[in-house]
Design a binder for this molecule. Structure first.
Ligand code: DAH
Length: 344
């Protein structure tokens, strides 16, 4: 009987060894350890044994059962481990796979220029303000000393919305609006960036819609030297310390005297080149001392107050800084153009 039991143990262990999954293991368990299994059967025959043999065989039977049981457990655990390993292997993330790049936007070159210029003037104590793009004839023209029959209105062909409303042709109306808000009391120190509109045919240097930044400083004792100092500080901060400025007499209805501000050419350093049309200078903005009538119309006493104003085209500042050759690039939203500014 002992031999038979040992045989059965061998058999069972072999089958456990061969079993490839938990289902097969379960079959082995039922087959050898079940109530109807061969071991039980062998042990049932113990009745015929002598008193001395019985415990020996009984003990052997237990040993065989335990050995099979133990091996079954081991194998079950092994199969579970293998299954887990396999699962982990299949679910592994390949961390070396390159990620999908995040699409980064870029600031529009006009936005960066506006922000940069704002920062410079904020540094000099100016406040950033805004005004409406659909403007009344009064603010756009009359309050700027351009009465209805003034010939200088021709300089700015306009888009009228109604007989009294138009798309503003300049940011200058914000001068009047800001002064009105201050109710005749200085100081007024504002800059105003914004869109303006003119009836122009679009080409490399013209656009029916473009951007300006207006500046105004009104207080007691403001002189032309203040205008020059503020604009020189601005130009040197924006274009570079080495750049020079020059004021050239000009005409604007809302300033007296009026001037154009030129900056020494950054390409040829004043020698003369294609960019500055061989003059050594580049015109960048219009400016002047606020006309007494403009002060008066907006509630400031020209006997007490004086001021200066300036207006610049943002596109021009951007063209000059980034070497862009066509104003239309700013408005056609060509990604190849815009992507060049991701690092600006
Ligand atoms: N508004 C003028 C234009 O559109 C620019 C300008 C010139 C603004 C002189 C000013 C100034 O404030 O003083 O052409």
């Amino acid at each position: 009987m002992i031999e038979r039991l040992e045989e059965l143990q061998q058999e069972a262990l072999q089958q456990i060894e061969k079993a490839g999954d938990t289902k097969e293991l379960e079959q082995v368990r039922v087959k050898y350890l079940g109530k109807k299994g061969p071991i039980t059967e062998v042990l049932r025959g113990m009745g015929q044994l002598s008193k001395e043999e019985r415990p020996v065989v009984g003990q052997k039977g237990n040993e065989v059962r335990e050995a099979i049981q133990e091996r079954l457990e081991k194998k079950t655990k092994m199969l579970a481990d293998e299954a887990l390993k396999e699962k982990l292997k299949n679910e592994t993330l390949d961390v070396t796979l390159p990620g999908r790049p995040v699409q980064r936007g870029a600031k529009h070159p006009l936005t960066s220029v506006v922000e940069e210029i704002e920062d410079i003037f904020i540094g000099m104590g100016f406040e950033v303000t805004e005004g409406p793009e659909v403007e009344t004839d009064y603010y756009n023209f009359e309050a700027m000393n351009l009465p209805k029959d003034h010939p200088a209105r021709d300089m700015q062909d306009s888009f009228y919305v109604s007989s009294d409303l138009l798309m503003r042709t300049q940011t200058s109306p914000v001068q009047a609006r800001s002064m009105e808000r201050h109710q005749g009391k200085g100081p007024v120190k504002i800059i105003c960036p914004g869109k303006v509109y003119r009836r122009d045919d679009d080409d490399a240097t013209h656009s029916h819609q473009f951007m300006q930044i207006e500046g105004l400083m009104v207080d007691e004792n403001i002189r032309m030297s203040d205008l020059k100092g503020v604009l020189e500080t601005f130009v040197k901060e924006y274009f570079g310390e080495e750049r020079e400025i020059r004021l050239r007499p000009s005409y604007f209805p809302f300033t007296e005297p009026s001037a154009e501000l030129d900056v020494s050419c950054g390409i040829c350093a004043g020698e003369g080149c294609r960019i500055c049309k061989h003059t050594g200078w580049i015109e960048v903005l219009g400016c002047g001392m606020v006309h007494p009538r403009v002060l008066e119309m907006s509630g400031f006493d020209p006997e007490i107050y004086s001021g200066f104003a300036f207006g610049m085209g943002v596109e021009r500042f951007s063209l000059l800084k980034y070497g862009i050759d066509d104003i239309r690039h700013f408005y056609t939203n060509d990604m190849r153009f815009l992507k060049q500014f991701t690092r600006v």
